[in-house]
Design a protein around this ligand. Structure first.
Ligand SMILES: Cc1cc2nc3c(=O)[nH]c(=O)nc-3n(C[C@H](O)[C@H](O)[C@H](O)COP(=O)(O)OP(=O)(O)OC[C@H]3O[C@@H](n4cnc5c(N)ncnc54)[C@H](O)[C@@H]3O)c2cc1C
Length: 410
């Protein structure tokens, strides 16, 4: 039995909230998880997992299940739209650093059911309530009060010993705690289109970044309903563009044929399965903790998807805070220094690594100055050609260094 009467309340059953709930539940900490939607979200979002994330999810019994349908991506490329491959990086160089020297691709909406299944099988101290939207929160010395509407729409309230905000970019918890979400929003939006056409037959790796001053793009293979999977292509649409027009089949086709203009596709049109547009931000919460409250995942930080770090960093938050909450709950550890440590381990790393790298990745792909562009691409060629430098580069892009640096902060 823990020292606290009320459960840990988690707001949001996305990957962050579910990972935390499972981690706490496996340690028999009572958890109440509120999710506004009637079921798990099924929209297309992230889906690339870096080695440290797979390592963290392994003891939760999740990584093995992800491998059942996930696609291993051992190499990734930076390409020039016209010239083709600029640099190819082999994650096999990390084989002495991690048991998972590859990226695993699996749609986020296929990860969340695995997490929920694991909770239902093995974490009886966790109660997940769907259709319950948190409307307001307030913290005090002993915990937090949470006001939520239940599935029937009735306003109710409950107490939390500890409150964790995993309620995404528009976090109600962050708002009510008065925490600023500092940063900026890119003027252009991203369009993501998915095709059944196998770009792999042209030597394009399952993760690839195509540089071009006008028509840059990111390519990303996901399992979908099974082999051969789907290829997702993300590109920018101008700030003034009409979203509905951009999503018209003819316009997506034209853009994809331009992006792959120098690839001998041998088709008249791409078979498209999904397409959506979304706005991209670079923002970090001014603090990740209050007295009895903590933020994690998109509620705490958001970034562009180039490099696949948003979802990974979110899971790293959940695993980091879980270990601290277990010590607080079961061992009576002094909470204030542990919450402070969470903030110090996760917040600066996000700014220094995730925000910086994702902004740099975008600027690399879209660089317009021919001289700067040539220099940057040459630098990547040089790095890829030197195994020691390539390994050092992959230690950063695979988030291994950021996780180790965070762990070293005491
Ligand atoms: C369109 C889109 C595309 C993306 N593509 C990529 C990508 O390619 N690569 C990448 O790395 N990242 C990508 N991301 C980001 C990635 O999906 C997020 O980092 C990840 O979803 C964060 O997980 P989370 O659990 O913190 O938040 P979310 O997944 O947003 O989950 C939050 C949950 O909280 C619930 N909720 C919200 N408010 C309340 C409330 N008041 N009460 C109760 N429940 C509430 C929501 O319904 C939701 O289920 C994308 C994001 C979007 C939106």
């Amino acid at each position: 039995m823990g020292r606290y009467r009320d459960p840990v309340v988690i707001v949001g059953a996305g990957p962050t909230g579910l990972t935390l709930a499972l981690s706490l539940g496996l340690a028999a900490v009572p958890v109440l998880l509120f999710e506004a939607e009637p079921a798990l979200a099924h929209d297309l979002r992230a889906g690339s997992y870096h080695p440290p994330t797979l390592e963290m999810l392994e003891p939760l019994g999740v990584t093995e299940r992800m491998h059942v349908t996930g696609i291993k991506v051992p190499q990734w490329q930076i390409r020039d739209r016209v010239e083709g491959v600029v640099a190819e990086f082999d994650l096999g160089l990390l084989k002495d650093e991690t048991p998972y020297p590859y990226r695993l691709h699996l749609e986020q909406h296929r990860l969340t059911p695995i997490l929920l299944d694991r909770i239902r099988e093995s974490a009886p101290s966790v109660e997940v309530r769907f259709g319950c939207a948190v409307r307001r929160v307030a913290e005090d010395e002993d915990g937090a009060t949470v006001w939520f509407t239940d599935a029937a729409g009735t306003l109710q309230e409950c107490r939390a010993s500890w409150l964790f905000a995993a309620d995404g970019a528009r976090s109600v918890v962050r708002r009510d705690l008065g925490i600023a979400f500092e940063g900026f929003t890119w003027p252009e939006r991203f369009l993501v289109a998915s095709t059944t056409y196998d770009l792999g037959r042209h030597g394009i790796t399952g993760a690839g970044y195509i540089a071009d001053p006008e028509h840059w793009a990111a390519v990303f293979k996901v399992p979908d309903v099974g082999p051969p999977g789907l290829w997702r292509i993300a590109y920018a649409i101008p700030p003034e563009a009409d979203e509905a027009v951009e999503l018209e089949d003819a316009n997506i086709q034209a853009k994809l044929f331009t992006i792959f203009e120098h690839v001998p596709l041998g088709i008249e049109r791409f078979e498209l399965k999904y397409a959506s547009v979304y706005r991209v931000h670079q923002r970090v919460a001014a603090r990740f903790v209050g007295r009895r409250t903590m933020l994690g995942g998109d509620a705490a930080h958001i970034n562009n998807p180039l490099g696949g770090m948003g979802l990974n960093g979110s899971i790293h938050d959940a695993v980091n805070i879980a270990e601290k909450l277990v010590r607080i709950w079961h061992d009576g550890a002094d909470p204030a220094p542990l919450l402070d440590l969470y903030d110090r381990q996760r917040r600066p790393i996000n700014i220094k690594a995730v925000q910086a790298m994702s902004i740099r990745n975008k600027r690399l792909l879209e660089e317009r100055d021919p001289k700067v562009r040539a220099e940057r691409l040459q630098e990547l060629r040089d790095i890829a050609a030197d195994p020691a430098r390539a390994k050092a580069y992959l230690m950063n892009t695979s988030m291994i260094n950021s996780v180790r640096e965070a762990a070293a902060i005491q």
